[in-house]
Design a binder for this molecule. Structure first.
Ligand code: THU
Length: 132
């Protein structure tokens, strides 16, 4: 996988961020097992709670197109620092991705990044196993 290309796609997604209330623009790029990339941005709302994070936008776009097998997601913001995905997004990732293999790439610029697994980001997550 070309991580730098995934990060570039996340920056591209951020251009469409709709964040008039927080002014906090986020972009994400989700890579499928077959190598397709789905971009997502955060979409805010005047009622605040309907706001959707960039990561979930990317996931929901992909899943609604029939994708269920993912390799990695890159997440970027405006600031030169690593942006931590929120708890809700971590839970959504957990639904579709292997906790030990899926890579969450947090980039603070176009070349500097850190990679985490979901095991690290959401240990002990509630999952479909708990419903059996
Ligand atoms: N946001 C994301 O898009 N992803 C995250 O992981 C953290 C937060 C968005 C939601 C909201 O539009 C803005 O950042 C401020 O919270």
């Amino acid at each position: 996988m070309d991580i730098l290309r995934l990060i570039e796609n996340a920056y591209n997604a951020k251009k469409n961020s709709y964040a008039p209330y927080s002014g906090f623009h986020v972009g994400a790029a989700l890579l499928t097992a077959e190598g397709k990339i789905y971009q997502g941005c955060n979409i805010e709302n005047a009622a605040y709670s309907p706001t959707n994070c960039a990561e979930r936008t990317a996931f929901f776009k992909a899943v609604s197109e029939g994708e269920k097998d993912f390799k990695a997601i890159a997440v970027v913001g405006d600031k030169e620092e690593y942006l931590a995905p929120c708890g809700v997004c971590r839970q959504v990732m957990t639904e579709f991705c292997s906790a030990g293999e899926f890579q969450v790439v947090l980039a603070k610029n176009r070349t500097e990044y850190k990679i985490f697994t979901l095991e690290e980001l959401l240990p002990g997550a509630f999952s479909k196993q708990n419903l059996l």
